[in-house]
Ligand binder design. Structure first.
Ligand code: SF4
Ligand code: SF4
Length: 231
């Protein structure tokens, strides 16, 4: 039975706490043959719903790149911290309703610890794929989620729960954003050559650049140049 009232309350709670977007998806989308990543069902075997929460990142953090890499990285982490607080409130609300909930990490690595696999750089599951199926956006050539209002200038986190929430649907967005074919700016600017015109991303090159060349600071140039936001 669909728990619509819980869904409505937790979405309202997310927006009132500062989220800019929220979507809920049935985890069966991770069974699609096109999806090759890890599955959240391996983390929570009785998973019923994946909740995606996102915040936009202030424009100044991008405008000041590349000199402002420290500020950019710190601003991203502030977004992560904000999402953690929002997600924690929602997870506790879900548990008060008699279900269980756990919060997936927003970062691949943090505090010297790697949440993602060190070799493949794959996390426990793709937030972006879940967000696409919840109708929150589609993919850019930079392999990031392109949201309608904020383009790729967002941060996301996810909550896994056994609560059977009322899921959102993809609103017929194409998998790759239509604007990419006439743009390709992210490919041209990438200092690591990590993004190709064929649609492949070499995550290891991106990670090598950020961790070994930038000393752990984030790069963000492929997000900075993306014109797909409404600002
Ligand atoms: S963050 Fe930087 S290195 Fe990584 S893909 Fe984007 S532009 Fe390339
Ligand atoms: S910079 Fe251009 S090609 Fe890259 S994701 Fe944005 S719109 Fe697509």
């Amino acid at each position: 039975m669909v728990e619509t009232s819980i869904t409505e309350v937790l979405k309202d709670m997310a927006f009132r706490s500062g989220a800019d977007f929220v979507g809920i998806v049935d985890p069966s989308c991770f069974e699609n043959s096109e999806y090759t990543g890890n599955k959240p069902q391996d983390v929570m075997t009785d998973l019923q719903s994946v909740i995606i929460l996102g915040v936009s990142i202030p424009r100044g953090a991008f405008d000041t790149l590349p000199r402002g890499r420290a500020e950019y990285t710190n601003t991203l982490m502030a977004g992560t911290a904000t999402l953690r607080i929002i997600a924690f409130q929602i997870a506790r609300f879900i548990e008060k309703k008699g279900y269980k909930a756990t919060i997936a990490p927003s970062e691949g690595s943090e505090f010297g610890y790697w949440y993602a696999d060190r070799k493949t750089l794959k996390a426990d599951f793709s937030f972006k794929y879940a967000a696409y199926h919840a109708g929150l956006g589609n993919f850019g050539m930079n392999h990031l989620l392109i949201t309608k209002d904020f383009g790729p200038k967002v941060r996301m986190t996810a909550i896994l729960t056994d609560a059977p929430l009322d899921g959102d649907k993809n609103t017929q967005l194409p998998f790759i954003n239509d604007a990419c074919s006439a743009c390709m700016k992210c490919i041209k600017i990438c200092p690591a050559g990590a993004i190709t015109a064929e649609g492949v991303i070499h995550r290891e090159k991106c990670a090598e650049y950020m961790f070994n060349v930038l000393g752990g600071l984030r790069c963000g140039l492929c997000i900075k140049v993306c014109p797909l936001d409404r600002f």
